[in-house]
Design a binder for this molecule. Structure first.
Ligand code: TRP
Length: 461
């Protein structure tokens, strides 16, 4: 592997914030130019900065088609503000009409952090789901399950394991000979988490979006690659005009695709498959569909980029009818990490770096008072030179978590930068907002405590 290549370790404590480099190296797409209905503050402020294939989700939303959101939580330690960012995004997708699936990564937590399954369950419910409820997720439209008790998740992971190998794991995760195999198994289970909502018994074929911090992107690259490798049909841009469908022949479909064991080809079967493809595409309203079984492709000259999503869905549906898995590569969105209160990385194991959702208001106040400041050492200098809101924790926390009003936020930014608003005053404003926000959260937590059970999927009660 080239020296200058970035490898993200999702279990490591290092956290790269070189977002531009990640976008470029891992092929993420910027959120700039993506138009969202009723964007949340995380979207409006560029905190959600990149995505993969978000358009297929938005397209489903626009056309009234089904789509799902999936996230997972590690049931260890306490839930902190950083975790709430994913919940805010899940809630936003839920409000746009998505169904929500939440994986409790109890197997991963046991394997990588030594948390027993029983303890994992308690922590997940009392610490995490209790706060998800308080943050406003709708229990009617949310299904929480446990990795350890949903066999289909583990089965999918196992089955897809045959389409990857240790070299790929080395390239994606930087694994070596000493790597504990739990770190090989956990990503495969996570692949199962991400893909299983598409199975017929879990909601069926539909786009699934996974909002994550960039540390989880390796899992998404793995999952997307594995899903694509199972596909029976490829869809690509035609070198002339429009889109081109071709067959992807492998062990699982060789027979259906008329590839006889003796190397010969059952022409009638192949012709039948091509007729199926033409019918699937024609059912979307395309009249000009050129089938070339000899060249192994079907050309749709009038199809545009906008048609890709519908055609892909039709092909996956056909694949399922023919007996294939019909798995769609998941979409994802990526958010910037909020800075830790000390100015370093936010970490559950270092309480001073973050606000836990369970912190009492006095603790909240104390932590913000001690937070890293972007102000100048003296008032005189601050008035003269101005402060830097980009590194001022109190300002950053209002932007990420506590201040909904964009105009007010912009005013604070300008006022701090010009030296008019002092660092201590910024902290005081943040304390007011933060204690109100946390106070309300705690009140909601008491009011919604009785709902926690109703978030659980039937197989998880
Ligand atoms: N690995 C994730 C974490 O460390 C938890 C997780 C498990 C997850 N399955 C998932 C996250 C599926 C997103 C999607 O927090």
């Amino acid at each position: 592997m080239a020296q200058d290549e970035l490898v993200i370790d999702p279990w490591g404590s290092a956290q790269s914030t070189d977002y531009d480099r990640m976008v470029e190296q891992f092929g993420l797409t910027s959120m700039e130019g993506v138009s969202l209905p009723n964007p949340s503050k995380l979207h409006r402020r560029g905190i959600v900065f990149a995505h993969r294939d978000i358009e297929q989700v938005l397209e489903a939303q626009r056309t009234g088609g089904p789509f799902g959101v999936l996230t997972g939580l590690m049931p260890s330690g306490q839930m902190h503000l950083g975790h709430s960012m994913v919940v805010e995004q899940v809630k936003w997708f839920q409000q746009q009409g998505g169904d929500v699936t939440i994986a409790v990564a109890d197997l991963e937590s046991q394997a990588t952090r030594g948390v027993s399954l029983a303890k994992g369950r308690t922590v997940a419910l009392k610490e995490y789901i209790a706060h998800y409820a308080a943050l406003g997720l709708d229990p009617e439209k949310t299904n929480v399950y446990f990795q350890s008790t949903r066999p289909v998740v583990q089965r999918l992971g196992f089955q897809l394991g045959k389409r990857t190998n240790l070299n790929e794991f080395e390239a994606i995760y930087g694994f070596s000979g000493e790597t504990n195999l739990a770190h090989v198994q956990a990503p495969l289970v996570q692949v199962g988490d991400i893909l299983h909502p598409q199975l017929d018994e879990h909601g069926g074929l539909r786009p699934i979006v996974v909002p994550v911090g960039v540390d989880q992107d390796p899992h998404l690259r793995l999952t997307r690659g594995l899903a694509s490798k199972t596909n029976w049909f490829n869809l690509r841009d035609s070198s002339s005009r429009g889109l081109m469908v071709s067959l992807s022949v492998h062990d699982e479909n060789a027979e259906v695709f008329g590839q006889l064991a003796n190397g010969r080809i059952d022409k009638a079967k192949v012709a039948g498959v091509f007729e199926n493809v033409v019918a699937a595409v024609a059912s979307l309203g395309f009249s000009d569909v050129l089938s070339n079984p000899k060249q192994g492709n079907v050309h749709i000259p009038s199809a545009t980029q906008r048609d890709k999503h519908a055609i892909r869905l039709a092909l996956l549906r056909l694949e399922r009818e023919l007996g294939g898995p019909g798995l769609m590569a998941p979409s994802s969105t990526y958010h910037h990490f909020a800075v830790g209160m000390t100015g370093d990385k936010m970490s559950s194991s270092k309480p001073k770096t973050t606000l836990f959702l369970g912190d009492d208001l006095a603790t909240v106040e104390k932590k913000i008072k001690r937070a890293f400041s972007g102000g100048q050492p003296t008032v005189e200098e601050h008035r003269r030179l101005g402060g830097n809101p980009d590194i001022d924790v109190a300002y950053q926390y209002m932007m990420y978590f506590f201040e909904e009003d964009d105009a007010h936020l912009a005013q604070l930014n300008a006022s701090f930068r010009s030296g008019h608003l002092l660092a201590g005053e910024m902290k005081q404003l943040c304390i007011e907002k933060a204690t109100a926000w946390m106070g309300e959260l705690h009140e909601m937590r008491d009011q919604t405590a009785h709902l926690v059970e109703s978030f659980l999927a039937e197989d998880s009660r």
